[in-house]
Unconditional design. Structure first.
Length: 379
C-alpha cells in the first residue's frame, strides 16, 4: 500500500515555492493587496481554508492505508493498535475480525464495496472543487466591481471636464485629480483578479495532489480486493443459467451460515441459562439443608425444654411445702418467670420458622421462573 505521505511532501514543497516567489515580489503584491483589503482578504482566507482542508484529506488516508497494511499482513496485534477506519468502514464491517483466517469476497460484494468507497472519495473532493470555483468567482467579482467603479469615475471625469477660459493649468489639474478614482477602480479590478486566479491555480494544483493520492489509494485497494475475490461464471450457452444457479447456491450458503450462527448464539444462551438454573437449584438445596438443620436444632431444643420442665415440676412437687404461704408465693413468681421465658422462646422459634419458610418460598419462586424461561426457549 502506497504511503500518502509522499503527496503531503509534494504539497509542502509547492507551498514553500509559492512563499519564496511571494517573498521576492512582496512589495507589488502588498500594494495590490491594499487596493481592496476586504475582498483580497476574503480571497486569501478561502485559499487558506482550502489548503487546510485538502491537507487534512490527504493526511486522513494514512490511517486507512496503515489499517489495510495491518490487515494484509495478518498482524492481529498491529491491527488492534490501529484506529477504526472511517473511509473503509464498509470494508471493515464486511470483513469483521478475520485477520487470523482466510477471507474472500464475491464479485457482487466487491463491486458494491468499490462503488461505496469511490463515492466517498468523490464526496471528499467536492468541497475542494467548490472552493476553487469560489476563488475564481471572487476574482471575477473584484474585477467587475473595479470596472464598475472605473466606468463610473471616468463618466464623472468626462462630465466635469470643461475647457472654458484660458486657464488650462487648472483644467489639467482637475483632470488629473478626476483620474485617481478610475485608476483606483482599475487597481481593485486587477488585484482581485490576480489574487483570485492565482489562488485558484495554486489550490487546483494542491487538489490535483489530493486526487492523485486518492486514485493511488483506490487502485491499490482494488488490486488487493481483486486478489481475494471469488469469481464464478459459466462458459458457453448455459452461462446465464449456471451463473444464476451459482448465485442461488451462494445465497443459500450465506443463509445457512447465518442460521447456524443464530443457532449457535441461542445454544450458548441456553447453556448459560441452564447453568444459572443449576446454580439456583444448588442454592435452593443449600437453603433446604440449612432449614433442616435449624429445624433439627429447634426440635432438640424443644425436647430439652420439655425434659427440663418435667424435671422441674417433679423437683418442685418434692420441694414445695403446701403449709407455707411464703413458698407458694415464691413458687408462683418462679412459674411466671418460667412462663415468660417459654413464651419468649416460642415467639423466637415462630419468627425463625416464618423467616425460613419465606426464604424457601422465594427460592421456589425463582426456581419456577427459571424453569419456565427454559421451557419457553426449548419450545
Amino acid at each position: 500500500m502506497t504511503n500518502p505521505s509522499h503527496y503531503l511532501f509534494r504539497i509542502l514543497f509547492f507551498v514553500l515555492m509559492v512563499l519564496v516567489v511571494v517573498s521576492f515580489l512582496i512589495t507589488p503584491i502588498a500594494n495590490a493587496f491594499i487596493a481592496n483589503v476586504a475582498l483580497n482578504g476574503m480571497i486569501l482566507a478561502v485559499f487558506l481554508i482550502g489548503l487546510i482542508f485538502i491537507v487534512r484529506k490527504v493526511a486522513l488516508l494514512r490511517p486507512e492505508a496503515a489499517w489495510i497494511s495491518a490487515f494484509r499482513t495478518l498482524n492481529e496485534a498491529r491491527l488492534a493498535r490501529q484506529p477504526q477506519p472511517k473511509l473503509l468502514a464498509p470494508l471493515a464491517n464486511m470483513l469483521g475480525n478475520k485477520a487470523n483466517g482466510k477471507i474472500s469476497l464475491s464479485a457482487s460484494s466487491l463491486s458494491s464495496l468499490l462503488d461505496s468507497i469511490d463515492s466517498r472519495l468523490s464526496e471528499s473532493r467536492d468541497t475542494s472543487r467548490y472552493l476553487i470555483g469560489l476563488l475564481i468567482f471572487l476574482g471575477l467579482l473584484g474585477t467587475f466591481w473595479g470596472l464598475l467603479e472605473t466606468v463610473g469615475a471616468v463618466s464623472g471625469v468626462i462630465g466635469d471636464l470643461s475647457l472654458k477660459g484660458d486657464n488650462l493649468e487648472n483644467a489639467f489639474a482637475n483632470l488629473k485629480h478626476g483620474l485617481e478614482a478610475p485608476l483606483s477602480g482599475m487597481a481593485t479590478a486587477f488585484s482581485s483578479s490576480l489574487f483570485g486566479l492565482a489562488g485558484s491555480l495554486a489550490l487546483g494544483f494542491i487538489d490535483l495532489q489530493l486526487g492523485q493520492a486518492q486514485n493511488r489509494f483506490y487502485n491499490d485497494l482494488e488490486e488487493w480486493l481483486s486478489g481475494i475475490t471469488k469469481l464464478s461464471a459459466g462458459i458457453g450457452i448455459n452461462s446465464d443459467s449456471d451463473a444464476s444457479a451459482s448465485a442461488y447456491q451462494a445465497a443459500l450458503f450465506e443463509q445457512t451460515a447465518e442460521s447456524l450462527d443464530r443457532l449457535q448464539r441461542v445454544m450458548v444462551q441456553n447453556e448459560d441459562e441452564r447453568r444459572e438454573g443449576n446454580q439456583h437449584l444448588v442454592n435452593l438445596n443449600d437453603t433446604l439443608l440449612l432449614l433442616a438443620d435449624k429445624h433439627e436444632i429447634q426440635t432438640q431444643l424443644i425436647s430439652k425444654i420439655s425434659e427440663s420442665q418435667i424435671e422441674l415440676n417433679s423437683n418442685l412437687s418434692k420441694a414445695i411445702d403446701p403449709s407455707s404461704d411464703k413458698n407458694k408465693e415464691e413458687l408462683r413468681l418462679h412459674i411466671r418467670n418460667i412462663e415468660k421465658q417459654l413464651m419468649q422462646l416460642i415467639n423466637e422459634l415462630r419468627l425463625g420458622r416464618d423467616k425460613s419458610v419465606e426464604e424457601i418460598r422465594q427460592e421456589i419462586r425463582l426456581l419456577a421462573r427459571t424453569i419456565a424461561v427454559l421451557a419457553e426457549e426449548a419450545e
